[in-house]
Ligand binder design. Sequence first.
Ligand code: ME8
Length: 517
Amino acid sequence: MTSTSAEPFYITTAIVYPNGDPHIGHAYEHIATDVMARFKRLDGYDVRFMTGTDEHGQKMQTSAEKQGVTAKVLADKNSARIKAMDDLLGVSYDRFIRTTDPDHVASCQEMWRRMEANGDIYLDKYEGWYSVRDEAFYGEDETEVREDGVRYAIPTDTEVEWTEEESYFFRLSKYQDRLLELYSSEGFAYPEYRRNEVASFVRSGLRDLSISRTTFDWGIPVPGDEKHIMYVWVDALTNYLTGLGFPDTEGELFQKYWPANFHVIGKDITRFHTIYWPAFLWSAGLELPREVFAHGFLLVDGAKMSKSVGNVLDPAQLVESFGVDPLRFFLLREVTFGQDGSYSAAAIVSRVNSDLSNDLGNLAQRSLSMVAKNCGSAVPEPGEFTAEDREVLDAADALYAPVREDFDRLDYHRALERVWKVIAQVNRYFTAQEPWKLRKTDPARMATVLYVTLESLRIVATLVQPVMPDSMGRLLDQLGQPEGEARAFAALDHRIVSGTALPAPEGIFPRYEAATE
Ligand code: ME8
């Protein structure tokens, strides 16, 4: 559906620190962002979708030292694993950026020069608390010494260390009022309750931000003072611009796609994206992204994932147990996007069996096999629609507008709930109409019931494609809808065509007997 006149749409995930194993939290964010990218493509937009890895900084350097390798070796190994995870999960990125990509250096250095030219960078000495885990500075009042005698950052429960070094500073305090004005006039940060948290933090007073380091060298050199490397968050946030060819602001990519429509991130990195990033962009004379959306955390059996607890879930293993699409469906149906949610093997088995195998899979299998046996393997010709037929078709037709609104707000949970209500209605209709009995008594009526069922399935499959691209693609194959225009949302403005030849039906969703670990 991409055409030159289509409206551009740029969406990004956070970029992952490749210092450890890819986990289900990363998979969750990338899948959720992918759904938006796919939805927009099907809705006729010209989409650019970027994800990738955040490879510099002290955390990467320290992890590499512990493993006895260089930071670059560690980054190469784990970045490839994150990319493999994305490919496995069907994440349809247009670019997988690495902050060690050569074009990223020029982009960061230009960002620095612009901020400096705007009078926002000065040299001073940093003295304060730093969390390597978070790659973040904390005020004394945001830390506390706990029973083990160690000082922690209160917001994130990570250890902090005292840091004293010469550092360049960014005049963040200068942007305090403008930030508050941004949140109140444009929203900018979502969900709203997170915006309120950020606003109250900003209102409590912003300190200038230390944006360079001298005690290690795994980073991008500060232009004109190569003893310093840039603070990893200056480098990381700039990835969103590098991906569009920055500093070439006259180039096609930048012209077309900046400002970004959405940065999708986790709740723990809201401050960086909703305080630092807008301030950096203003300072550099660039437009702000339209929305930053912070999702919640995925817990495992209700607990925070951690290496020491040993409950870190590997997305590849889950795919092996359940398949890509059931996993994608589960994560988005089960968790209200924005809030924290929990994964458990029992919950995914029950969702897959009830929503996918029973409700959708069986309906498709039963109706398509009847069509194959009794209607010459082609979409049947309907007679006049009864009130019951119209009720079902109306319900299916009425899905598009609200589902589109839900998708636009990343409210996937609600979109899927809506679609599955209609699937339940079609199931009730199919059972009540008993087309298998009509075969002998009234074949014309049977044809109408099957037509209505296939048409409802087509509408459902078309709308659910962003969430389960492969299985809905297979269902649309079975409904005789070729790839391309016939599967775009615009195809929902006409009915499935009688006489369309259908291939032999086959099951889409297997049932699971027991929870698989
Ligand atoms: O923060 N559930 O990288 P990261 C859901 N490099 N999301 C989770 C999660 C969980 N259990 N754990 C992590 C970084 N995430 C920076 C980002 S962007 C310019 C730089 C999310 O590897 C997390 O919130 O620690 C973040 O959005 C993403 O995974 C990468 O986390």
